[in-house]
Write a protein that binds this ligand. Sequence first.
Ligand code: SF4
Length: 367
Amino acid sequence: MNLMSYRNGPVFKRLFRKAEPLLKEKREALGRKINLLEVCGTHTEAFSKTGVRDLLAPYINLVSGLGCPVSVTDQCDIDQMIAYTKCENVIVTTFANMMKVPGTHSNLYQQKLEGSDISIVQSPSQALEIAEENPDKRVVFLGIGFETTAPSIAQTMKKAKAQGTKNYFVYPANKLTPPAVSSLLMDKEHQLDGLVLPGHVSVIIGRHGWQRLERFRVPTVISGFEPIDLLSSVVLLLKEIDKSSHVIQNNYPRHVREFGNGQAKKLVEEVFEVHSPSWRGFGKLPDSGLTIHAEFEKFDVRKNIVTDKPMSRNVKDCRCGDIVKAKEVPFNCKLFAIACTPESPLGPCMVSSEGICSSYYQYEREY
Ligand code: SF4
């Protein structure tokens, strides 16, 4: 099947007609709506954008957590990244979705307006190219992401080492999702009946990479992002609800293998090591992030370029910390759609199209 087949309207309708009795039966058996957690900004957006969230709403309460990497990055990291834009002889390179992330006193967009040298790149390799073209400058790449961006960042450091590049640096802020999802499942406040896992992270870590979640005995499925992927994943979860033990189901086999992408994982292991960073909302999570291995420390910006230590504080009244922990919905933030919009975001969840607040702003607002 090609990609379009997973968007086929008549097939989707037939699947929904078949699923409806099961949806009704499970909702009645529970005596409440079925609570399903999704932990990926791409899913939050896809469920809303495709209308699947609305269609399922009579039966299912889709709870959003984590969101995008920008949303879960700690405020101290954001401020530290902004601090590098104020250093002499530095070009900061970043993905576009970082530009409007609010730091305590400024953001990258504001810094650029004030004269800092900041370039938006499409990939880490483009940042390395900028370093090669500007040998008299120090080029810093802001390495924010989940498991999906880590291999390409690792690749640039390997290449820089091999060719002797001395002016390329990385701010390592990649996060690992399974420990954060475990933390959500450990939270007894959540009454969860199922969990939808991100297809793209699973392409890297494989079905096996999520195995630690099986001990929570919650029905769990790896899903793609097209309408038929979303609905068929929900059906798979419903069928599991009454069972006492659960294996992680792979409903994205067209891209996800049992052990993921071996080459990408090897690259990451060579260049990075696992550490325990702070996440927005969660605080320190054991073994939930990647830092640069000693062998590659000459590319670690924190060890090679000194900045003033910025003072950090979160925006008053911003609920992003609770939203990424799935304890709040954007509508309950008093700044939502009033003071905080995608044009002028006050918190990180409103910045990228995959931030939870941004998705709710685009698709779930009532006019
Ligand atoms: Fe933060 Fe804005 Fe979301 Fe409120 S609406 S939680 S201020 S990002």
